[in-house]
Design a protein around this ligand. Structure first.
Ligand code: UD1
Length: 415
């Protein structure tokens, strides 16, 4: 099993180009199932997760290939089953439910089951499909959904904000008969990116980026070419890498407005943040101050940056209160950071972190994508050699991590 050997203590300096957003690319690839033309996506990051989504589309019978820097999806689905073996590798596979049901009137998708960061049910996805008139049964570990006469537009009020359920409902509503009103939806930049792509395919959508989205169903979705937005979580991770190593990084192709909740907190911690139209410079100025955060749906502080921010607070001058409200079990990085000498106390969804002057190297391993990268950040800030194992999680979400950080001075090697 691969691990990363990291010789830390080097301030990272230089420029890093941010890749396309994984969490935008996954629903966009799934949305191709709803169209009957070719969908061409530019800036799809080359990651284990995006490749898994390509495999899933091929499994449904679609053609998926590359034309230069474009990922091209065309053809039609001939098989409406998303099997357990593919779905268990990646929860986002549930995103094929809406498009298959809306376009073909039929879908059978394995229930994703639990995962490392909590139970993560899919009840909101199912309820939205039922609101559009689908008949849904749960049997043998599968969601079996049918809408023989097509879906019908409806008002769907989400009892809690879910990124994936918003995406599934949006795609389904584009092909439903009549108008849909989706209330209390997610406002993440990835939702707006999906809406823009669906509009380019011929959908009639308004309100995306706000908490109510209105969709007028159309008969078909056709050809489109679309650029995937930059990955705000990758950019945020590297912003924290600059701060935690006492470095100075410029993140090119980052969108400052997508990262406001992080950069405002970094400024509170005494870090310099300079924003351009498509770039962010983050530079440390000596000691890092402490700050409290609470994770929330966008525009709140992203749960996907909570672990990385906690690594930074382990080395801050003062104490910090980190409250996780999105997922119920997202502190698996805590015991590993403590193995490196961090002072953290967890009570339910709250972690109290007392900053230390330094951490010490230790063998550590990670249990999910963002927990993994938080350990990499802690190791980069720590004098001596730290070995981070189970790094296959990193390959699900970070394209060329060693190269990108290596060019900025990081000494890290895959062994
Ligand atoms: C997406 C992101 C993930 C991010 C998360 C929250 C992708 C591919 N993944 O995941 O990186 O951490 O948003 O920003 O975009 N929930 C229910 N029932 C449902 C669906 C969700 O109770 O049917 C709960 C979840 O358990 C969780 C909360 O809602 O507590 C938010 O989850 P959700 O926004 O759906 O996350 P994902 O779309 O799975």
């Amino acid at each position: 099993m691969d691990s990363l050997k990291i010789d830390g203590g080097v301030p990272l300096t230089g420029e890093i180009a941010i890749s396309g957003a994984k969490n935008a690319a996954l629903p966009l690839i799934a949305a191709a199932l709803a169209g009957d033309g070719a969908l061409r996506l530019r800036n799809v990051p080359d990651l284990v997760d995006t490749r898994s989504m390509e495999v899933l589309l091929r499994n449904h019978g679609m053609e998926v290939g590359r034309e230069g820097d474009l990922l091209v999806m065309s053809g039609a689905a001939t098989n409406f089953d998303a099997p357990y073996d593919l779905v268990r590798k990646m929860r986002a596979s549930i995103l094929v439910l809406g498009p298959l049901l809306a376009r073909y009137g039929e879908a059978r998708v394995s229930l994703p089951g639990g995962c490392a960061i909590g139970t993560r049910p899919v009840d909101l996805h199912i309820r939205a499909m039922q609101a559009f008139g689908a008949i849904v049964e749960l049997a043998d570990g599968y969601i079996q959904a049918r809408a023989p006469s097509g879906l019908t537009g409806a008002r769907v009020v989400f009892p809690m904000v879910s990124v994936g359920a918003t995406e599934n409902a949006m795609i389904a509503a584009t092909l439903a008969k009549g108008t849909s009103e989706l209330v209390n939806v997610a406002r993440e930049p990835e939702i707006s990116d999906l809406a823009e792509c669906l509009i380019a395919m011929g959908a009639k959508i308004s309100g995306h980026g706000n908490d109510t989205i209105i969709i007028e169903g159309v008969d078909r979705l056709g050809d489109a070419t679309h650029d995937v937005i930059p990955d705000r979580i990758e950019a945020g991770t590297f912003a924290i890498a600059a701060a935690i190593t006492g470095g100075d990084l410029t993140l090119i192709r980052a969108r400052p407005r997508h990262l406001d909740s992080l950069t405002e907190v970094l400024k509170l911690c005494g870090v310099t943040v300079e924003e351009g139209a498509d770039r962010i410079r983050v530079a440390a100025n000596g000691a890092i101050g402490s700050a409290d955060i609470t994770t929330d749906p966008f525009p709140g502080f992203p749960t996907d940056l909570q672990a990385q921010f906690m690594a930074l607070m382990c080395l801050a001058d003062g104490s910090s209160r980190i409250s996780e409200t999105v997922f119920e079990n997202r502190f698996m990085h805590v015991p590993e950071l403590m193995r490196m000498g961090a002072d953290i106390q967890v009570d339910g969804g709250i972690a109290m972190v007392r900053g230390r002057k330094s951490l010490t190297p230790a063998p550590v391993m990670a249990t999910d994508l963002r927990a993994s990268v938080s350990l990499v950040l802690a190791a980069l800030a720590t004098e001596g050699t730290t070995r981070v194992s189970r790094i296959y999680h990193l390959d699900r979400g970070y394209a060329d991590l060693e190269d990108k950080l290596g060019r900025c001075g990081a000494r890290m090697k895959r062994v």
